[in-house]
Design a protein around this ligand. Structure first.
Ligand code: ACO
Length: 329
């Protein structure tokens, strides 16, 4: 069974309640229809019920009436969600009046449904930017216990089975934190290894902390940051298999790893790659995807208390469907 088939099977047997706030977006509602038909998840759509059903009918979709459809304008829960938003954000200057307006935004409404325990996860981004998707999640759902830095991992399913886990690599951060400090980078490493375990089903995540230097071959403060982050990650999770700083070839290619980092159990053998900052991570995943014709699944938001995930605005129906499956980890 392929990795994605395993993820889909797990989602069907561990059915989650997933909010899709962009109900009037064609790829999203089409993926919702497929998810409902397949029993992949319980779907919650945000919007006026008649309008959502009419939109679905105009696209020829047949299963949307199985979704829960909630209209923030008329829902009996809206006042309670506004009050919750006000309480969560009043120290940041949120007034009750502003909360009553903000709650009508489907992206905020969805996060408040999750915060109240009435749903398990949310997926958006086919229409909204990454910032628009992430901000309500960061403000309302917040970080998982022990974590202060949310990040995003990508599952790269490559055509090179000699690397990673039979060609699969889990890489991060590709989506959230532009300039992590050493402490944040350490958290990104620990979270990316957890995602490798929980989403990509890796039994033995082996983390390479990437740099342009291997084991002191270059001296620079940005290299020092990677070395410090590697030590901090070991403190955060003493059982974690991790090494750095390593160049990408030393991390992946056994002969190069042996030469550049002799004795390392990770060099030449890594299946989780952690980038020193978001510029590198985001550029690298898109290059692997396009030049290497790899499948990129994600980004999977990690370090957040509940799954909220961001789609690319260039996503396909299939991408949305896979993301729904991935939220049931
Ligand atoms: N981890 C945890 N909390 C965070 C993080 C983080 N990485 N970043 C911000 N926050 C918190 C802040 O502490 C703040 O909380 P508070 O209001 O309770 O104090 C809240 O989130 C909002 O913070 P802001 O500073 O208002 O938000 P900001 O404008 O910094 O936006 C964002 C945060 C959206 C994540 C920003 O850093 C960003 O745009 N990152 C890049 C996203 C991106 O464009 N990615 C590339 C595309 S994705 C792709 O290609 C796969």
């Amino acid at each position: 069974m392929s990795l994605i088939d395993q993820i889909i099977a797990r989602a069907k047997s561990n059915r989650q309640r997933i909010v899709l706030p962009e109900s009037f977006e064609e790829r999203t509602i089409t993926a919702a229809d497929r998810a409902l038909a397949d029993g992949l998840a319980d779907i919650i759509l945000i919007g006026n019920r008649e309008k959502v059903l009419a939109y679905a009918a105009s696209l020829g979709l047949k299963h949307i009436d199985k979704a829960t459809i909630i209209d923030p304008v008329t829902s009996e829960k809206t006042a309670a969600y506004a009050q919750l938003l006000f309480e969560l954000r009043q120290k940041k200057g949120m007034t009750l009046e502003l909360a009553q307006k903000t709650v009508l935004d489907p992206l905020y409404f969805g996060c408040l449904i999750i915060k109240s325990g009435d749903a398990d996860g949310q997926i958006s981004g086919a229409l909204s930017t990454t910032g628009e998707t992430l901000r309500p999640a960061l403000q309302i759902i917040k970080c998982a216990p022990g974590i202060t830095c949310v990040s995003g991992a990508m599952l790269m399913i490559t055509k090179t089975p000699q690397y990673g886990e039979n060609g699969v690599l889990v890489i991060g951060d590709v989506a959230v934190t532009p300039a992590p400090d050493a402490q944040q980078l350490a958290q990104i490493a620990v979270c990316t290894a957890q995602t490798a375990r929980s989403v990509a089903c890796f039994d033995d995540p082996r983390v390479a902390m990437l740099s342009f230097s291997t084991k002191g071959s270059a001296k620079h403060e940005v290299v020092d940051k990677v070395v410090e982050a590697t030590a901090l990650a070991k403190e955060l999770d003493p059982a974690l298999k991790i090494d750095g700083e390593l160049q990408a070839d030393a991390a992946l290619v056994p002969s190069v790893g042996k030469k550049k980092a002799p004795g390392s159990e990770i060099a030449g053998n890594a299946n989780v790659l952690v980038f020193p900052n978001l510029e590198v991570g985001n550029i690298a995943y898109k290059l692997i995807q396009r030049l290497g014709e790899a499948d990129a699944i994600g980004p999977i938001l990690q370090g957040i208390a509940r799954p909220v995930n961001d789609l690319s605005r260039g996503c396909s129906v299939d991408d949305v469907y896979k993301m729904i499956a991935m939220d049931a980890k």
